[in-house]
Design a protein around this ligand. Structure first.
Ligand code: MF3
Ligand code: CO
Ligand code: CO
Length: 278
């Protein structure tokens, strides 16, 4: 199986800081996500906050994985039928839009990666339900994290929950190991079979970031080389946290004062150990 790094106590301390700072960028931008704002304005606000207030580096800016062109902005803004990697631009948000904002900071060499959904005014009943199911599926996956869990167990609960709700899981993108490197092993698929793939070990850190479509799971890539949309133009939602595997369970690293509460099925005991799930 894979070559998954185990983080040292020093790495974990650095990842806690990076995770909190990434989440605080989302707290900062929340009041600005309103009708009439352009996604470029959101990008500039986040960029200046990260660079000038937090003193961190926006990881997306000029990020260039093999086969890609350099990413031109500091955050991703994925509106309505955009699945992920929406590039901020002239697009002006209007009432009824739903947007995912995905932030990754590099703080003292460590990456913190998190995204949330935002509603511009009142969302449609479908958009609200899609976002809620996506949020709950992310947390259901996170709740399974502890030493010995298989990556396939996580993918399975996410897939089952989303598909039972009548939605579909995007297959082409997944969660990922993260640390000094933005995207490293393992791949964290949001679908799968229990008891398959790698088993978790304390000290691993990875993201859980399901992309869930209201319609069919197929996607298409736009000519900008980055933006991914649903092929059938249905709505798509995504939430993301960066999570540490602890000796007894998990610790979500991308938390801050403005983090939305976990769903009711997560009973947050001391140090975030997962209990009484589903
Ligand atoms: N933050 C995204 C993730 O969750 C990656 C964005 S890459 C970018 O993995 F270049 F588009 F920013
Ligand atoms: Co990620
Ligand atoms: Co992200």
């Amino acid at each position: 199986m894979g070559n998954i790094t185990i983080k040292t106590p020093e790495d974990i301390a650095g990842m806690r800081v990076a995770g909190r700072l990434a989440s605080e960028v989302l707290d900062f931008i929340t009041p600005h996500v309103t009708a009439g704002v352009s996604t470029d304005q959101l990008d500039k606000l986040c960029h200046d906050y990260m660079v000038n207030v937090q003193g961190v580096t926006p990881a997306p800016l000029n990020y260039c994985p093999p086969g890609y062109t350099p990413y031109p902005k500091s955050i991703c803004t994925s509106v309505n039928d955009v699945v992920c990697h929406g590039i901020p631009g002239d697009k002006v948000l209007k009432l009824g839009d739903v947007v995912n904002i995905d932030v990754t900071v590099i703080a003292d060499g460590y990456h913190g990666d998190t995204s949330r959904m935002f509603f511009v005014g009142e969302p449609s009943i479908l958009a609200k339900r899609l976002s809620e199911i996506t949020y709950e599926s992310m947390w259901l996956g996170i709740s399974r994290i502890r030493p010995g869990t298989y990556l396939g167990d996580i993918g399975h609960v996410i897939q089952q929950y989303a598909e039972n709700a009548g939605f579909s899981i995007v297959r082409e993108f997944c969660g990922h190991g993260i640390g000094k490197v933005f995207h490293e092993e393992p791949q964290v698929l949001h679908y799968g079979k229990p008891g398959t793939l790698d088993q978790l070990v304390a000290g691993m850190i990875f993201t859980v970031e399901p992309m869930i479509n209201a319609g069919r799971r197929e996607i298409r890539e736009m000519s900008d080389g980055w933006t991914i949309k649903t092929r059938d133009r249905s709505l798509s939602a995504q939430w993301e946290h960066t999570v540490l595997v602890t000796e007894t369970g998990f610790e979500v690293l991308t938390v801050s004062a403005g983090s939305p509460a976990p769903p009711a099925f997560i009973t947050n005991q001391a140090a975030g150990s997962p209990v009484s799930v589903d």
